[in-house]
Design a protein. Structure first.
Length: 215
């Protein structure tokens, strides 16, 4: 069977989410000392130029990761009051940016424990359309000469409890406690960096309102 024949998963075209998933695998491998910075940059170039799963497979072939082949992971369209989805396939448990950037957004399922690390880089976690594995989620942040930005809509209750040393934890979220609302606890340490919790960007708010009306 050739690569272009129907049924061959390697010929399936990839999405931006697929590229970001493999990019995160590479960032984790670099943080663990498996690959060097120069090799990370080279492989990331290949990831963002990839068009099919066949293009992605060689990038992580020598790393201890699961296959980059497509696996159905249906996630329902987000609606207020139905953000908690126990048993769903969760997104990555780590967001690591070392002299680089990592972004999580869209309809992803946040695991009950998530770690965000920014070392001379930036991590953005956008929870506007996110679902949650559990009613209570803990996001542990570490920012060193870098930043972690977490965008939280007003139907999620946030509790921020972090420590800054020549850095800061800022909570500008608008969510309040209410029955059925997810609780997100954000803690950690910022040194010469910042962890910022803020409302969604205006464009995302307009998109969320539009989706709610359509549903």
């Amino acid at each position: 069977m050739s690569q272009d024949q129907p049924g061959d998963h390697l010929s399936i075209r990839i999405s931006n989410e697929d590229r970001e998933r493999v990019a995160q695998i590479l960032h984790n491998a670099m943080a663990e000392g498996r690959i060097e910075m120069a090799e990370l940059e080279e492989r990331l170039d290949a990831v963002y130029a990839a068009k099919t799963f066949g293009d992605l497979e060689p990038v992580t072939r020598d790393l201890p990761v699961q296959s980059t082949s497509p696996v159905p992971q249906p996630v329902p369209s987000p609606m207020r009051g139905s953000r908690i989805v126990p048993g769903a396939t969760v997104g990555p448990r780590n967001s690591v940016a070392v002299m680089s950037g990592v972004e999580r957004k869209g309809e992803w399922v946040v695991p009950s424990q998530h770690q965000a690390i920014a070392v001379m880089g930036g991590v953005e976690l956008n929870l506007t359309y996110a679902r949650f594995e559990a009613a209570e989620t803990v996001i542990t942040c570490f920012a060193f000469m870098g930043g972690v930005e977490i965008y939280v809509p007003d139907d999620i209750h946030v509790v921020v409890d972090g420590v800054g040393f020549m850095g800061a934890f800022e909570d500008k979220s608008m969510g309040t406690p209410a029955p059925g609302r997810p609780v997100v606890r954000i803690n950690g340490f910022a040194m010469m960096g910042a962890v910022e919790v803020k409302p969604p960007k205006r464009k995302h708010l307009r998109d969320a309102d539009r989706r709610e009306i359509e549903e």
